[in-house]
Ligand binder design. Structure first.
Ligand code: NQM
Length: 350
């Protein structure tokens, strides 16, 4: 399935080994990792196409589906089920309907999904005319060619997903390793800082940033220091926190971003990364201050500019406590690309 600007195979939980070490060996073989080209598997030689979704009917009252996201890497043998992925999340309901896990509920179907990675719930609405998922429509998301049927995601509780709280250092702004940073987790642990503070404009191309080894070394050192400050321990081998360089908007949005996830620059921005950046924009005194252009009012649309366009997030803030985000809503699309069987060495499944 393509989910938002990510892609990967989805499995019914019951089709995978129940032992997680064995499951992970199967997933590595499915994707062809570790190998930079993932030549022996389905992975697309990039972190955004090295993702797997695992779905089951929920065991939790009031919830329809459980989703476990697994992040693999082309060149590593890791299967990380710690962080979320809001892009792959967009494909969960279409997959569940396709596989008959649950039935459509009219022209539109809204299901409650629990992401097991961080115990996060959301309501997802997909188009289901005639009881079948429709992938065709006029919704456009930057980073994906063409248009598709809209998928609405309404997050119910995102603060402190992997980190212990929204602001895991206890402050909205810290100076770490000589750089003013906001360490924040509203669905995705991020370190947000001004591109100018590392001598960049923040408008560089993805290719230029991926080739910028000096910058990568600098921000990896910062990331490791921030990981400790955020209570995440030694993050050397972890896929979080992600590093977000920010600059003033250039295309009428709220701010411009470049995201390292964490070692490769994203062609767009992750879903929960966008929610988290948007949240930093509404926090008084964060690193976005003086950079972001933020609309007035308790309900705000923050347009996060990224290398291939923009990502709008609707945030509703608690007027009595601006650190309390009551709702985060956004638009994604998804598509069933193929259905079938993926082959792995027999020893892994026998
Ligand atoms: O932030 C990339 C993506 C993601 C994760 C990443 C995501 C999110 O674009 O919710 O969607 O940060 O590794 O798929």
């Amino acid at each position: 399935m393509r989910g938002g600007t990510s892609r990967g195979p989805f499995f019914l939980e019951s089709d995978l080994p129940s032992d997680s070490a064995r499951r992970d060996r199967v997933l590595l073989a499915v994707m062809g990792s570790p190998d930079r080209r993932q030549i022996d598997g389905l992975g697309g030689a990039h972190p955004l196409t090295s993702k797997v979704g695992i779905v089951r009917k929920s065991h939790t009252a009031g919830v329809d589906l459980d989703f476990l996201f697994a992040q693999l890497q082309p060149d590593k043998d890791t299967v990380d089920t710690t962080p979320n992925c809001g892009n792959m999340l967009a494909a969960v309901v279409p997959f569940a309907l396709e596989r008959g896990l649950i039935a459509a509920r009219g022209e539109e179907t809204t299901l409650r999904v629990l992401t097991l990675n961080t115990d996060m719930q959301c309501d997802i609405t997909v188009q289901t005319p005639d009881g079948r998922v429709s992938y065709e429509g006029d919704a456009r998301i930057d980073g994906v060619p063409g248009t598709s049927a809209p998928i609405k995601i309404n997050f119910l509780d995102t603060a402190g997903s992997v980190a212990a709280s929204l602001l895991p250092t206890g402050r909205v702004l810290d100076v770490i390793d000589g750089i003013a940073v906001t360490c924040i987790d509203n669905g995705m642990p991020l370190v947000i800082f001004k591109a100018a503070d590392v001598g960049r404009t923040g408008y560089e191309s993805v290719d230029a940033l991926n080739a910028d080894t000096g910058l990568k070394t600098r921000i990896e050192k910062l990331r490791i220091a921030c990981g400790h400050a955020m209570g995440l321990g030694d993050v050397t081998d972890k896929n979080y926190p992600k590093m977000t360089l920010i600059a003033p908007p250039r295309a009428g949005g709220s701010l411009s971003t470049r995201s390292f996830i964490p070692h490769v620059c994203h062609d767009a921005i992750g879903v929960l990364a966008a929610v988290t950046v948007g949240t930093a924009c509404v926090l008084e005194g964060s690193a976005t201050q003086g950079v972001a252009v933020v609309p007035a009012g308790a309900a705000k649309t923050i347009a996060v500019e990224h290398p291939t366009g923009e990502f709008s997030v609707e945030l509703e803030i608690d007027p009595t406590n601006p650190q309390n985000v009551l709702r985060a809503a956004l638009l994604r699309t998804a598509r069933l690309i193929m259905r079938g069987e993926v082959m792995v060495p027999a020893a892994l499944v026998s």
